[in-house]
Design a binder for this molecule. Structure first.
Ligand code: KG4
Ligand code: ZN
Length: 354
């Protein structure tokens, strides 16, 4: 039995709720992926003094901000709660306490409004960010998520169930940006700060390693790169540390950023070679806001006449619109969840068989 609402998809309105990390977000998206409203309350300043996200502080801030954020998203869409057809919530992966706030509120709303609840995998949702307010894309696509928690490549026949081709075996790419930022004395979150510093540096100044986990593999590893930057910034253990002046900091940032781009480019090329049937590339995650990363993706896509779906900057980072967008797709496919929907710390994908 299909639970999909019938009729005009532009009339189907889904509220998306996002609380997996340090953004409290809500958005209203219709069944065609048009964004009616999107509100994001960031907690960056609360975590800045600790140099990273503090889970307990994140949960409390979500608790404080989520209902006002939802109220504004509904008001900005020009509707009332009674007009909603479903509640979508990012229920995995993320910080468990933070996810609990979002899933609990989503369940309360779905119960009170007597409408379906749709659980959404946050990493998969990043893949649909470039499909919001955009023409339909032809599947199959390749999918690339480069975020603070993930560096993953997918074969996407349907964004509801992307097939995992490769992922990081240690640090995520955004995590590496954040850690390198800390080494260079920059603030949190580090990605945008490293990008700013890199703009004035020489990307060839340091030849940092790009991990290759085997010529057939599309997995990533950024921990060796991170250690190489640490040694270049602070010196090898037992040796006199180098002088970390402005020039060296900028060169380190630029060379590190270039190494991450080479890593992504290499695995992307492998994925395109392995899957010549794909005609489009879906990209998402905070690191896809990086202009040098975007330029590389544009060059790679153009060289293969690939339809590149690079989200606008506001939808690269965490937001509620991507949750509602993927939620609307699950709803249309007749997939909903019960009130026993549980938050989970990890993402879950089908893995490509060898
Ligand atoms: O997708 P996102 O908002 O949250 C997760 O799902 O993790 O990604 C956040 C990550 C952080 O590591 C942040 O430093 C990184 O994305 N980031 C960037 C840029 N903007 C955000 N990294 C490099 N360049 C940027 N401009
Ligand atoms: Zn994210």
């Amino acid at each position: 039995m299909s639970l999909a609402p019938s009729g005009d998809p532009t009339k189907i309105l889904v509220l998306g709720i996002e609380t997996s990390c340090d953004e409290t977000a809500a958005a209203v998206v219709d069944g065609c992926g048009h964004v009616r409203s999107s509100v994001v309350a960031t907690q960056h300043e609360l975590h800045a003094e600790y140099g990273g996200v503090v889970p307990e502080i994140a949960s409390r801030a979500h608790l404080e901000h989520l209902l006002p954020v939802i109220r504004r998203a509904v008001r900005d869409a020009g509707i009332t709660l009674a007009d909603l057809d479903a509640i979508a919530v990012g229920h995995r992966p993320g910080l468990i306490g933070a996810l609990l706030v979002g899933t609990s509120v989503a369940k309360g709303l779905a119960l009170a409004l007597e409408i379906p609840l749709v659980g959404v995998d946050h990493v998969h949702a990043h893949l649909v960010a470039g499909l919001l307010d955009a023409p339909p894309v032809a599947f199959p696509s390749l999918g690339l998520v480069v975020s603070g928690g993930h560096s993953s490549l997918y074969l996407v026949e349907d964004p509801i169930s992307p097939i995992l081709l490769g992922r990081t075996i240690d640090d995520a790419i955004g995590e590496a940006f954040d850690k390198v930022a800390a080494m260079l004395g920059l603030g949190h979150p580090g990605g945008p700060e490293v990008e700013r510093l890199a703009a004035g540096g020489d990307s060839d100044a340091f030849d940092f390693p790009v991990a290759n986990l085997g010529k057939d593999r599309m997995d990533f590893s950024f921990s060796g790169l991170k250690t190489a930057v640490l040694y270049a910034a602070k010196g090898q253990p037992g040796r006199t540390p180098p002088i970390l002046d402005e020039r060296r900091r900028a060169d380190l940032a630029a060379s590190f950023q270039f190494a991450t781009i080479k890593a992504v480019r290499r695995n992307l090329r492998r994925a395109f070679d392995r899957h010549p049937e794909v005609g489009s590339l879906l990209v998402g995650g905070g690191v896809s806001a990086n202009q040098a990363v975007r330029a590389m993706l544009q060059t790679e896509a153009a060289a293969r006449s690939i339809d590149l779906r690079l989200p606008p900057l506001e939808w690269c980072v965490d937001n509620g619109a991507m949750i509602a967008g993927l939620g609307a797709r699950r709803l249309a496919a007749g997939e909903t969840d019960g009130l026993d929907l549980a938050p989970a710390a990890t993402s879950r994908s089908t893995v490509m068989p060898d």
